[in-house]
Design a protein around this ligand. Sequence first.
Ligand code: KIV
Ligand code: ZN
Length: 517
Amino acid sequence: MAHVKIFDTTLRDGEQSPGVALNVREKVEIARQLARLGVDVIEAGFPIASDGDFEAVRAIAAAITAENPRVIVAGLARAARGDIERAAQAVEAAGHPRIHTFIATSPIHMEKKLVLTPDQVVERAVESVRTAKGFVDDVEFSAEDAGRSDRDFLVRIFTEAIRAGATTVNVPDTVGYMTPWEYGDLIAYLRAHVEGIDAVDVSTHCHDDLGLAVANSLAGVRAGATQVECTINGIGERAGNAGLEEIVMALHTRRDFWGHSTSIETRELYRSSRLVAMYTGMVVPPNKAVVGDNAFAHESGIHQDGVLKAVETYEIMSAETVGRDAGVLVMGKHSGRRAFRKTLVDLGYAELPEDTVNLLFKRFKDLCDRKQSVTSDDIRALVDVEATRVPATYVLEMVQFQSGTGMTPVATVRLTTDTGTYAEAATGDGPVDAVYKALERVAQVALVLESYEIRSVGSGKDALGEVTVRMRSEGRAVHGRGLSTDVVEASALAYVDVLNKLAAGVGRDLAAPVAQG
Ligand code: KIV
Ligand code: ZN
């Protein structure tokens, strides 16, 4: 069975999603999970874009090489010496470094954006691949907007790039314009006409503007692509990129049709999706294939009846294959610490330090007092919140609120900081607004709420509510999360999480330039 390389660009193209603000620590955590997931290449960032991007790529190269040396770590660079040198420095520590350099090849991009002739573009591409080759053996060359480029010009530029030493050629549908038939034809055409193409990897990189990114990527594989560029949960520039989980499960579930395998450990897919959703604050829609809350839920009576009789009647893959055992009752009030530890290991959290396990056990016991049954999803949510916690400068001691029909919502909060305990009250348009105003008065930090999402972890009236907020404070963007069976308390905890992250210097500097591509 032919092998398709999975090139994950969650930390580069995915990070270009509007509103996403990852810091170095969060990027390294995601990279570690990507390595556990088994991706072949991690595109860790665009080092020239900002010092933060550079530091993140460097930290990822060092961490991944120490823990998982098989993984290639790539840094993006425009076709310019300065970009390439910066990318080379950033990936230097990687066991398998890659420089990914790109230049636009469509008439509109060459004329309007680059203001270069096609000959000049080829010259730049060749020069850049040669420069990158001076630093690393593994060089990827991308023809940006290949989807709207002249095919024979692509043949020319890819042939030249391979001659100059490119080891992967990438064919981006940058604006998500193509259909699967056209994209498959393009890959087949390039495979037939580019000199030296059999000795290198041919890569897909499809955007989802028309909802065709996954279909186009798979059409590319069918036509001979050997690498797929994709992101967890399909996040990325504008409408996003091809969803890694969908590509992988399509190839896995229908291997009879595709005849291709990947190195992905599919049971890590759900965990990867949760981690990326949590850090980016981009909540996964419930109906999202493979990783959405409803992806394995059977609502209609006919379907439920069928599944009970034979699961294959309505399920083409099992929830366990993608690492989900949602809703399974795993523990109760009387479960001990040892059983709790074992559950953590079974859920894939074998490496947690002892003090974290102790803290989680306490949170689990608190939860048992508030909730009848604790499921694997509840425990995952507890671990996720703990994983992103920073040292607590602010501790929420109490939140109370009153609201109802015909009355103005009013809230009181009490916060402890290292200088003492403070309480404030405020009214608002709703209970959450009142709580946030009271918290703002206590903390005396001006925060702008940019997004607020709430989801239920599992089902039932006593389900945990998980609140994710994105806030802005003086040019910094920070995500916060809160978890509680009481959604107003979860909202307050998310706000306090933001305060603590700001105090710990976590968050993204919004003044930093954003990566392009
Ligand atoms: O969409 C695109 O063209 C890109 C390139 C930089 C590969 O992201
Ligand atoms: Zn892209």
